[in-house]
Every structure is written in C-alpha cells, then in structure tokens.
Ligand binder design. Sequence first.
Ligand code: GLY
Ligand code: MN
Ligand code: MN
Length: 428
Amino acid sequence: MRNEFIDPALFVRNRQRLASLMSNNSLAVVNSNDTPPTNADGTLALPTNSDLFYLTGVQQEQSILLLYPEAVDVNHREILFLREPTALAEIWEGRKLTKERARAETGIKTIEWLSAFPVLFHRLMCESETVYLNSNEHKRAVVETETRESRFVKDTLNRYPLHQYQRLARLMHTLRVVKSEPEIDLIRKACQITEDGFRRVLPFVKPGVNEREIEAEFAHEFIRQGGRFAYLPIIGSGSNACVLHYLENSKRCAKGELVLLDVAASFRNYNSDLTRTIPVSGKFTRRQKAVYQAVLRVLRASIAGLVPGKTVATWQLEAEQLIERECVDLGLINLQEIRRQTPDRRAVKKYFMHGLGHPIGLDVHDVGFTTQPMAPGWVMTVEPGIYIPEEKIAVRLENDVLLTENGPVDLMAGIPIEAEEIESLMRG
Ligand code: GLY
Ligand code: MN
Ligand code: MN
C-alpha cells in the first residue's frame, strides 16, 4: 500500500460495482458536503462525504459526481464536476484539484468545472429513465441541518417531478459494508497508528496525569504518522469511565482508579475504533482485575462468534448471556433477578447497556444493513463492557475484526490487552 495516496484502481472498481447494481438507463449523482460555518467568518474543516470518497477519492468542497453507465456518449458515463481553481482561491486556500490531477487520482476521464453542471445535467436527465439520489439513511443519524445533498435532492425533485427516483443509499450501504483488500489495508494502517498511540500512552499514565494530557499523547502519535482522531476521544478516569460518551477529558487521574481510553486513529478517511481500560497506578486491584478478565473473556468469545450468516442481533444476545453469567459471578446480579427478567427487560442491561459492535470503515459507525446476516468482508467492532457506577469501575474493551469465510481476523490482535502485559508496559 502506498501511504501518500490511494491507488485509483480502488475507486474505479467501486464505481464499477455501483454501476452493476443500477437499473437500466439510470443515472446517479453524489455531492460533497457543505463546509460548515463557525460564528462570524470562520469555517470548520470540510467533512469528507464518505460516498463521494468511496467512488472517487475526492474530498474537495463543491464537487459533484455524475454516473450514467449507459449514456450514449461514452464521455458522459462518468463525469466529475469540480470547483474551478482561481488565483484568489489559491492564495487563500492553496491548490485545488486541476483536471489533470483529478483524472490521475480518480481514474475518471471526464472532468468538468462546476459551471458546466446545469446544462449537462439537464441533457442527461432528459435521456435517462431513473435517477438515484443520495441521502443519509444511517438508522441512528439525527440530521438537523439541510445538507448540500438534501438541497440538491429537493431542487431536482422540483425541476423534474416526472422522473422515477431511487434511493442511492440502499446501494451504497450494500457496497460499503463489504470491504475490499485495499480498504482492509487502509483500516489495518489506521489500527497500526492506533496501536502506536496506545503504546506511547501506557508508560505515560500515572496518578496526577490529566485526562487531556493523555489525549495530547495520542494526538502527537496519530498526527505525526499522518493519521487523525477517528472520533472525539473518550478518556474517562474513575466514575467518568461510566459515562458512555464522556468527552470532557479534563479530570486528573487518581491513584487506584481505572481510566477508560476509547481512542483511535483514522488514516486516509478509513477508521479504526479501539477501547482499552488501564489502571492509573499501573496495577489493577483484585476487584478491577476480576471485572477486566470477565470483559476480556466476553471480548474473546464475541470475536470468535463473528461468523458469516449470523445476525448482529443474535451475536449481541450471545454476548449479553455471557455478560449476564459474568455479572452473576461478580456478585452484581442474582439468580432471582434473572428469573424475574423478561426479554425486553434483561437484568444485564443495568451493567451492559449498549451495542456489542458496529460495522466500521469510511464512517466509524459505518453504513450497512445490520439486520441482515453478516458476511465475509464486513469489519465489525467488538466492544463488550461492564459498568458499575456504584464502585466507580467501568471496563470496556474494543477491537476491530474482519469477517472471513475461514473465521474472524482480529485486526487489533497486536494491541496489548492481557492485564499482565498492560501492567508490565505501564512500568515502562
Ligand atoms: N468510539 C465510538 C464507539 O465505540 O462506537
Ligand atoms: Mn470506540
Ligand atoms: Mn465502537
């Protein structure tokens, strides 16, 4: 794998895969995201549109991909529209994609400036039967702002009310959940950077260290290697570890506490997702270790349980049953509570209240139809936990695992996880 850019063969293949799913005489359009504004005249970093990236490798604002696999004019089968570079934009924002560079990076032959879009789009709309438009169909997405894509959808439906429309997201989810070799290599690289960050942090953590200083250590390692935080890091010590989405990262870690590190890198937009829980003092107490080993057993069993054909719901239930038993052994749940529970009010939920894992890829919680059986090529996180706020103990462990026909491949198998290894590395 080359580190500086991704071989365009990946994007060429992805477009071919999409074309093979599109119906007769249809076209599809994918837009970049908007650049989010801050207050006053500031902007935030452009959030890469994962579908556009998957199909082109492009992460530049105001870009539009138009695919029309059966267009009569072969030059219209794949068209990428880009913001035309100007001298002013170059002074303020730096170099933008030229047509030559865009051709080389995407493998698309027809590159047009954005100003050509309305006329060409109209012409191709008049030739096509069916139109695939995109939207965020992640089941848990809460979208309160109108996206560039949703404005485009509204405008297109308004201008061309008599076309047949289809949801592109259905096809994108089908494709993106199954990772190809180059994508797996990129996720492996993200896992490697994550491992280096974690190994850097292990001897650094001591009583008195602030959670934010740990974050800074991860940032140093990730950024120097060309990675980024895949998501906002969760660094929770003591009872903060029980807050599932704790983001403050501002407390001093105290002697005797555990600190939960849900921190991972992305590389070239491909994400990893890691959680480790370590003792601030460098040594687990007997009770902490008992909870730790319980979670580690469930992690191992759940990794082994990632077999094609199983649904996520079944996999989750299997883990909940294991955690239930572990919670009984830890004295957290008694048998009477188990006898009284109903399928939708399980006693274990008090100590393990979240999903066991999710697909990961260009998005951390990646797209994919998770009600359908899992298949080879899926990369799933495996993240069991036991949270005991009354004891200020929380342990979550999380690895990323590739499903194959020959069994699961743990992409984080090299990242320290045994309690003794963690303790030894913390001693430095
Ligand atoms: N770090 C987010 C998650 O584990 O899903
Ligand atoms: Mn995580
Ligand atoms: Mn996760």
